[in-house]
Design a protein around this ligand. Structure first.
Ligand code: CU
Length: 128
């Protein structure tokens, strides 16, 4: 619980830092972690594809030993979805070999869990 309250206070510090800019601490606290999503091939095409999520912690260091889940939906079709769990590759990289059945616009949500950290970020990705 102590850890959780520390994270919460970091969140508040982050919100303050956005307006106050420089803080007194040596550790940047603007974000708890960041998620970058790329694809192989890039730009993405429908069919077989590899999703690559690169996770870095609040200090910009690779975040390993996390669980990374991917939830996707074809934005115009509520019934069409692709979900999976990405495999850790080290250096903060997590990949998922998957297949998208249609081109067009997909909303891809990446969830990163490494207790007490639990963050999600959504990306709109256009498949050709
Ligand atoms: Cu569709």
């Amino acid at each position: 619980m102590r850890y959780r309250s520390l994270l919460l206070s970091l969140l508040f510090v982050g919100a303050l830092a956005a307006s106050a800019c420089s803080g007194s601490g040596a550790t940047p606290t603007s974000t708890l972690a960041s998620i970058k999503l790329t694809t192989n091939p890039n730009p993405p095409t429908s069919g077989n594809i590899e999703l690559v999520a690169t996770i870095t912690d609040a200090n910009g260091q690779p975040l390993d030993e996390a669980e990374v889940f991917v939830f996707s939906s074809h934005t115009q079709m509520t019934s069409m979805a692709m979900n999976g769990k990405a495999s850790a590759k080290g250096s903060g990289q997590y990949t998922l070999q998957t297949s998208f059945s249609m081109n067009g616009s997909w909303k891809i949500t990446v969830q990163v869990k490494k207790p007490p950290l639990n963050i999600t970020e959504s990306f709109i990705v256009d498949f050709k």
